[in-house]
Structures are given as C-alpha cells and as structure tokens.
Write a protein that binds this ligand. Structure first.
Ligand code: DC
Length: 234
C-alpha cells in the first residue's frame, strides 16, 4: 500500500505525511531528503549527484544517516537548499533517484512525500493526494517556523514553485487521479484526517499488522562487499 503525497513547498506535506505514516504504522519516505542527500554526498566527493546515488547508503528515520553519519542538519543547510532545486531539475539525477525510490517502495507499506511520486515514481500508488495551499498561507507558515520575514519567504516560494513547475523532467503538478486537499483554510490535523479517510479501512483498523521498518538504500550486494573488505565498518 502506497500513499503518495505531492505538492508545493510549505503546504504541510512533511507534517501531514509523517503523521499519517505514524498513525498507520507505515514507513515514511521523505523524497526531498533523498535529493538533498545526493547533493551533499556528491559535493563531499567532488562528483555530480547522479553519479553517487547508487552507492550512497541513506537511512531515513528520526535522524537521516548518510553512510552511517548523521546528516540530518547538514542536508538542511542553506547552501544545500540553494543547490538542490537546480540539481533536482537534471534528468540524470531524477532518473537515478526514481530508480532508488521505486526500489524502496516495492516492499511494505509507505507514505511517500514529494513532487512527482503520484505522477512519475509510482503512478500505481493506491492513494494519491495533492496537498496545496495559497502562497500567502504557505509563506505565513514557513515564516512562523523560521522567524523570517513573511514577504521574503513568499517571494522565495513563488520562485521555487516556478522552478519546480516549469522543469522539463518531473515537474510539479497533480496526477489526474490525485485528490486535492487545500490547507489554506484548514488546520493540518484536519488535513491528516482527510488523508487517513482515503486509506482503505483494512489498513486503518489494524495498523500494527502492516508495520515495516525502513531499510537502508544501498544495494545489499555493495554493503556486503564493503564489510568484507573492511570488517571494522560492520
Ligand atoms: O521538499 P524539500 O524542500 O526537502 O525538497 C528539496 C528540493 O528537492 C526542492 O527543490 C524540490 C526537490 N524535490 C523534487 O524535485 N522532487 C521530489 N520528489 C522531492 C524534492
């Protein structure tokens, strides 16, 4: 069972997707974090992000571990936030990460959050949501979280929406069969309930039966080889 939640920055995707995953006992996939990890990992190795995707071992949970190192704060630093939109527009990176995301989503039950989950990555997802809100509402929420000026945040969001929507590969738009939930005038709790209401009852009645633990993203073959060469890394 896959619940795909796409939408623009600041609509509440992260909060809603995380809460829905916790309530259902599903694993949570923050695909923005994968894009950020690829950019950071590429920078650390002096390589284009698409060239490091296959080997990078990302563990997604409370903390984000990149090759065993805690990268939770590093991937949110401002230079990574600045570099990621342009990297995410590159077809090579989108392709590499689409393969990685499909690998993860192939097993178990997931709530996956991003921009093109329901349109490109897993168009067969059983539940597809497009979570949106007016740019003013999104700017107010983001500014409240970060103490930044609302107007500056609004202008930055307008530019991010533009870049995310006009890119040729994986542009941001709702899947034709996605249910749109507009959070401009509703609280995030209401949005969470609205998403849960779309999930078949069998999954909401006995969440523990469907729980899975998130796995690392490196192919097992590579992890085994590295451990064999260097048992100290185990
Ligand atoms: O959601 P976020 O701010 O962490 O995303 C970081 C960047 O990655 C943002 O520019 C949008 C892009 N992104 C994307 O293009 N496709 C996704 N599935 C997730 C994020």
């Amino acid at each position: 069972m896959i619940v795909a939640i796409d939408g623009p920055a600041g609509a509440g995707k992260s909060t809603v997707a995380r809460a829905v995953a916790a309530r259902l006992g599903f694993a949570f996939l923050d695909t923005g974090a994968l894009y950020r990890c690829a950019v950071l990992y590429g920078l650390q190795r002096g390589l284009p992000p698409e060239d490091v995707v296959e080997e990078m071992d990302v563990r997604l949970g409370e903390r984000i571990l990149l090759d065993g190192e805690d990268a939770t704060s590093a991937i949110r630093e401002s230079h990574i936030s600045r570099l990621t939109p342009a990297a995410a527009a590159r077809p090579e990176l989108r392709h590499a990460l689409t393969v990685k995301q499909r690998g993860l989503l192939a097993h178990g039950n997931w709530v996956a959050e991003g921009r093109d989950i329901g349109t490109v990555v897993v168009p067969h997802a059983e539940v597809k949501v497009f979570l949106t809100a007016s740019v003013e509402a999104r700017a107010r929420r983001r500014a409240a979280e970060s103490d930044e000026d609302v107007e500056a945040v609004r202008l930055a969001l307008v530019e991010r929406d533009r870049l995310d929507s006009i890119r040729e590969h994986g542009p941001l738009h709702a899947a034709v069969d996605a249910i749109e939930i507009d959070t401009t005038h509703i609280g995030l709790e209401e949005a969470i309930d609205a998403v849960i209401a779309l999930v078949p009852e069998a999954y909401t009645q006995a969440p523990a039966l469907f729980a899975v633990s998130p796995e690392g993203t490196a192919p097992p073959r590579k992890r085994r080889r590295r451990s064999a060469q260097n048992p100290a890394r185990r």
